[in-house]
Design a protein around this ligand. Structure first.
Ligand code: ATP
Ligand code: LTN
Length: 328
């Protein structure tokens, strides 16, 4: 039986953090053997807000390198850069023409991001979820593993697919979001009321995947907690809850075992142990990253091969779309 298909994407903003890793990338690595997979560095999404060209060029490579270093492998997964496959832009345009503006006005991520940008908001930022729908629908993805913040975008993608299928006849697969029960929303260290984010102004809010052990120790040490003492999982105590959740995700121990283990310890102990667990978990990834970026031509060759395979699949689907709507 043919395997089910997975598609997911990640922006080329550099500085990938523990939230990206635990909410998305690590799940991609875990799932890849059981599916046909497409993982994409979505550079066209990245330019929906202003980017410096040199920085963008470097970030595309950094993010791709981190995906391979995290354990995505070319035997199981097609890893590629979105702008290398032209069908993404073309299908996005076609989907634009069947998507009501009202649907996009409801997107909470647009509301948040556009508030920050005020007068500078581009049409691209507004249209972002339609390009995301094109990404997913081009590859007939059944499953889209993402963090919780992307749920609304995947639902919109289903709505767009359904509208197309209804108008022109069945062509698109309706995808489901895959959101991990634990890890779907890793919170910030300095502001545990909000998700960990690259764009957070406070630099200490996120642990970046390439942070040194000392940087990790310093950030965890400064993480916001509360004035209580007891170490337990409690949604009403977001700081401690988040530290314990990160500990749980990285050690894969049960909640009960963790609470028992820390029952006689202090917040200081928890922070020190957590920092070591994070540093140890990231060490192999950082080593592989240095190895593969040190090998001349490695990344380019992998990304060229990924683009070739993705392009084949995407072109086939785009032609089928063009047939349906009368462009061919
Ligand atoms: P950021 O807010 O840090 O800029 P993003 O969500 O805008 O990140 P991406 O870097 O493209 O953009 O996210 C890649 C993946 O990581 C997505 O699946 C997203 O849902 C997930 N993700 C991002 N932040 C978190 C988080 N704090 N917890 C869990 N998953 C997250
Ligand atoms: N919007 C996503 C990135 C993204 C994506 C996708 C995720 C672009 N295209 C397709 C899943 C499927 C984000 O994480 N910010």
């Amino acid at each position: 039986m043919a395997k089910k298909k997975i598609f997911s994407g990640i922006q080329a903003t550099g500085n990938l953090h523990l939230g990206n890793y635990l909410g998305a990338i690590r799940n991609w690595v875990k799932l890849q053997a059981d599916y046909d997979n497409y993982f994409c560095v979505v550079d066209l999404h990245t330019i929906t807000v202003p980017q410096d060209p040199e920085v963008l060029r470097a970030n595309i490579r950094e993010v791709a390198g981190l995906l391979f270093a995290s354990g995505l492998d070319a035997d199981n997964s097609v890893v590629f850069v979105q702008s290398h496959v032209r069908a993404h832009s073309e299908l996005a345009w076609i989907l634009n023409c069947i998507t009501p503006m009202g649907w996009l006005h409801r997107m909470t991520q647009f509301k948040e991001k556009s508030e920050k940008q005020k007068d500078e908001v581009s049409i691209g930022l507004f249209d972002y979820p339609v390009l995301q729908a094109a990404d997913i629908l081009l590859y007939d993805a059944d499953l889209v593993p993402v963090g919780e913040d992307q749920k609304q975008h995947i639902e919109l993608c289903r709505d767009i697919a359904q509208r197309f299928n209804y108008r022109y006849g069945d062509l698109f697969v309706l995808p489901d979001a895959y959101i991990a029960e634990v890890g779907g929303r890793v919170m910030g260290l300095s502001n545990p009321e909000k998700k960990m984010s690259k764009s957070e102004e406070k630099k200490d809010d996120a642990i970046f995947l390439l942070d040194s052990p000392d940087q990790i120790r310093a950030k965890v040490k400064r993480a916001t907690t509360d004035s209580m003492r007891e170490i337990c999982f409690d949604d009403n105590r977001p700081g401690i809850n988040n530290l314990l959740t990160i500990y749980q995700l990285l050690t894969e121990k049960s909640k009960a075992a963790i609470v028992e283990y820390f029952s006689t310890k202090s917040y200081k102990d928890l922070k020190e142990e957590l920092a070591e667990v994070i540093a140890e978990s990231l060490r192999p990834l950082q080593e592989r990253y240095r190895e593969l970026t040190g090998e001349k031509g490695y990344l380019d060759q992998k990304l060229d091969e990924g683009a070739r395979l993705a392009d084949e699949a995407a072109e086939r689907k785009l032609k089928a779309v063009q047939d349906k709507i009368g462009l061919r």
